[in-house]
Design a protein around this ligand. Structure first.
Ligand SMILES: Cc1ncc(C[n+]2csc(CCOP(=O)(O)OP(=O)(O)O)c2C)c(N)n1
Ligand SMILES: [Mg+2]
Length: 788
């Protein structure tokens, strides 16, 4: 249905206002309140202008409160301008754009206060986030939790060069497998990236690719002025010229203006009567207005394109735009970092009828009555429900997570056992857990959980092997009630799915407790997505296993060295590497609570696990021990008052550490053994305590690691050992000034048995003994571990 003229006028006026406000925001940050470093705010002005009309069409007319949007990073000023018009963004924050606590340079769920649905910044990730958010919505619906809430559309505003990012293609394939619905991607086809003009005919590649994956493709190329001109005599020749014009030339002519277009049209079309008249009838300004009236800048065309969708299949809109439209550097290939000069801004301000000093006024310079505009904004369908960020009650976590103990086992096995016990029960916790794995479900011990809880799909599908009565350890039916989401191997997808599942409480008002499993070394393959998920404060648990060189015979890239450091350094992720399964069960229980804590109190959880079977301690889990485990460390053997040396170990090298202190103890006094379950939590606690003591002079508060190390004599040495980079524990010496020998792994790729490799890398019992000797005075340790 064609849009009503009065409505169209208001929407077009608001889009002009959005372009003005977004440009003024950037101008303000550069010229009126520049930051002290004198850094220019590039990258936003031209990139924002591209989307001013499209986003105005969406927010002021098309979106409903249940829809969720990921806005391409550089369009953040447009987003903030729209929220400012809605009354959700303050002038102060806009004036302080990119400043401390001001409106963020890239839309941020956690730092912005104006209703950002999905953070963006690292291009490509926000796009995929919308796809997975839609799958999560389907999951919530299939489990009967949507109640009367309408389904939202998950919408991404995508840069055309952003489409280069591989993770988008990985997501497309995964979406197709799961019957993706309710997802719209709007490609801002301005044919420019940061450095370059994109290749000719890129849209055809997009079109065929999206259609291949079952998407609808809507190409919005010509605006109303163009369409009207094409209908004039000679119009077809003009259309042909536009279609044939190379991207770079079109952009250059948009920059040069109407006269340049005229010259090219004359030279290239020649004198052809009707079309020449069509061109000559227009002044230079009119000709430029016509030639820059691409679909993405034409309100009527955009509204019509969006409103034409009457199904829930995914849709890709390719909207033709001009980067920097309406600004003096429109179309210039260098415009990504382009900024208007003060003089240019002055001129543009005048042209917009905006009086000096009235730049921030919402409706300044618009022909409509402010009251009418205000009413229009208030009545926008998007504003029908103010509660867009939802919440969900905390799911109770049982006092203790059970597992069937075995005298010798690995943490990976233990992880499977804890989940199996949960799957057997009927706790609410178990019903809210969703697992996912990138094709390593069985090899990360999730098999038993999936046997009991099933695979998720919107439609039932029986396990063929089971229906054919072929014996198999795994009976995996697909059903809408299933709780495991089977993914292909792409680790980026795994973490973006975690990001979407982990925001379900806020997006869908229904809490999910997602758990990802993958091989530890492949965390690095999905690292930017993991970082992204943490950045927007999604909550999930990662069980990464096997890790380190314990998968010794596999060698190659299956060994992970850097991941303990990633775990420590990743904000929003509490990392643990337990040695024993009773520790793991405590950590998982704590983790399910941590995933549900509000704001900075909580976060996601990373468990670095192993396939190495080791002897398990037979012990009671006392509250003290439990606290030590979750705080990051406890004395497995408490040092005596005259302690010469302490061995501090993490994870699967526990047997080596235990053996070593047995031998060291024969010739050194009061030796201690410190079990470190989380170098990350220990270090974070230490930093926080120092900060607290600085902030509140006189406070004596000591962090957990300070309390543990304070009683040690000053000249006591510490040997640290981990199947990972030694720097993960090497810092322990700085806590109280003890000398440290940090053992760990710094080279990868060698195959062999665990014994071979621990010896080769110097993390076996003898290496620990050697290190202890080098730190302490006294006779050599008498016995060594015999080579096997
Ligand atoms: C992963 C990642 N790499 C690089 C960048 C830096 N960067 C920001 S925008 C951009 C190009 C954007 O081009 P396009 O997507 O076409 O957006 P436009 O500004 O043209 O709308 C680049 C390379 C980034 N933000 N994220
Ligand atoms: Mg572009």
């Amino acid at each position: 249905m064609p849009i009503e003229p009065a409505r169209l006028e208001i929407l077009s006026a608001l889009a002009r206002k959005v372009l003005w406000l977004s440009s003024w925001t950037i101008h303000h940050a550069n010229h009126i309140r520049p930051n002290a470093d004198g850094l220019k705010v590039g990258g936003h002005q031209a990139s924002s202008a591209s989307l001013a009309t499209i986003m105005s069409a969406l927010y002021f007319s098309v979106l409903r409160p249940e829809d969720r949007v990921a806005v391409k990073p550089h369009a953040s000023p447009v987003f903030h301008a729209i929220q400012y018009l809605f009354g959700r963004q303050s002038r102060d924050k806009l004036e302080n754009f990119r400043g401390f606590k001001g409106a963020q340079s890239y839309p941020s769920r956690t730092k912005d206060t104006d209703d950002v649905d999905f953070s963006t910044g690292s291009v490509g990730l926000g796009v995929a986030q919308t796809l997975f958010a839609s799958l999560v919505q389907d999951y919530v619906k299939a489990h009967g939790w949507m109640k009367d809430r309408p389904e939202g559309r998950m919408i991404a505003l995508v840069g055309d060069a952003e489409m280069d990012e591989g993770n988008i293609f990985e997501a497309l394939l995964e979406g197709w497998k799961h019957g993706l619905r309710n997802t719209w991607w709007v490609v801002d086809y301005n044919r420019q990236s940061l450095d370059a003009v994109v290749r000719e005919g890129l849209w055809e590649k997009f079109e065929s690719m999206f259609r291949n994956f079952g998407w609808d493709v809507v190409i919005v190329k010509y605006g109303r002025l163009m369409q009207a001109a094409f209908a004039e005599p000679g119009g077809e020749a003009l259309r042909k010229w536009i279609d044939a014009c190379p991207n770079a030339l079109y952009a250059a002519l948009c920059f040069q203006g109407g006269a340049a277009f005229r010259k090219h049209l004359r030279d290239e079309i020649g004198d052809q009567g009707a079309v020449s008249q069509l061109i000559e009838r227009r002044s230079d300004d009119e000709l430029l207005a016509l030639m820059s009236n691409l679909g993405g800048h034409d309100m009527a065309s955009m509204i019509e394109a969006f409103e034409s969708i009457d199904h829930d299949r995914p849709v890709c809109f390719i909207a033709y735009t001009i980067k920097g439209i309406g600004l003096p550097f429109q179309g210039h290939k260098d415009n990504h970092a382009g900024l208007m000069t003060v003089a240019q801004m002055e001129k543009w301000r005048g042209a917009q009828n905006i009086r000096p000093g009235h730049e921030w006024e919402k409706f300044e310079g618009l022909p409509q009555q402010p009251a009418a505009l205000e009413a229009f904004l208030e009545e926008a369908p998007f504003n029908r429900d103010d509660r867009r960020r939802l919440n969900a009650p905390v799911i109770e976590v049982p006092e203790r997570l059970a597992f069937t103990p075995a005298p010798v086992m690995s943490t990976q096995q233990g992880f499977g056992l804890v989940l199996n016990e949960l799957a057997r029960g009927d706790t609410e916790l178990a019903s809210r857990i969703v697992t996912a794995s990138p094709d390593v479900t069985v090899s990360t011990n999730l098999g038993a959980w999936v046997n009991r809880r099933g695979l998720f799909a919107r439609a039932e599908k029986a396990d063929l092997f089971r229906s054919e009565k072929i014996p198999s350890t795994f009976n995996w039916d697909f059903s809408p009630k299933g709780q495991h989401i089977e993914l292909g191997i792409a680790e980026m997808n795994l973490f973006i799915l975690m990001s979407a599942l982990g925001l379900s409480a806020q997006i869908n008002g229904e809490r999910l407790l997602p758990i990802a499993t993958l091989y530890d070394p492949f965390i690095e393959r999905g690292l930017d997505a993991l970082n992204y998920a943490c950045y927007q404060d999604a909550r999930f648990m990662v069980a990464a296993t096997p890790s380190g060189i314990t998968l010794a015979p596999e060698g190659g890239a299956h060994q992970s060295i850097a991941t303990p450091l990633i775990g420590m350094a990743q904000d929003g992720l509490a990392s643990f590497e337990p040695a024993f399964v009773d520790e793991l069960a405590v950590i998982m229980g704590w983790g399910f609570q941590h995933m549900q804590r509000e704001g900075g109190e909580g976060g996601s959880v990373y468990l670095r696990l192993s396939t190495r079977s080791i002897e398990q301690p037979q012990r009671m889990m006392s509250p003290d021990l439990q606290k030590g485990i979750t705080d990051g460390a406890y004395w497995l053997r408490k040092p005596g008052p005259n302690c010469d040396v302490v061995v501090a170990y993490t994870g699967t090298v526990a047997p080596e550490a235990i053996e070593a202190i047995g031998l060291i103890g024969e010739s050194r006094r009061d030796v201690g053994l410190l079990a470190i379950t989380s170098a990350d939590r220990l270090h974070a606690g230490w930093t926080a305590a120092r900060q607290l003591r600085r902030d509140r002079r006189g406070t004596q508060y000591l962090s957990h690691i300070e309390q543990l190390l304070t009683p040690l004599p000053r000249d006591c040495g510490i040997v640290t050992v981990i199947d990972g980079h030694p720097a993960a524990l090497g810092w322990l010496g700085s806590v109280r000034g003890h000398r440290v020998e940090a053992l760990g792994v710094e080279h990868f790729g060698q195959t062999g048995t665990i014994g071979d490799l621990y010896r080769h890398h110097g993390i076996d019992a003898n290496a620990i003994i050697d290190a202890a000797e080098s730190l302490t005075a006294g006779a050599p340790v008498r016995h060594r571990k015999m080579a096997v």
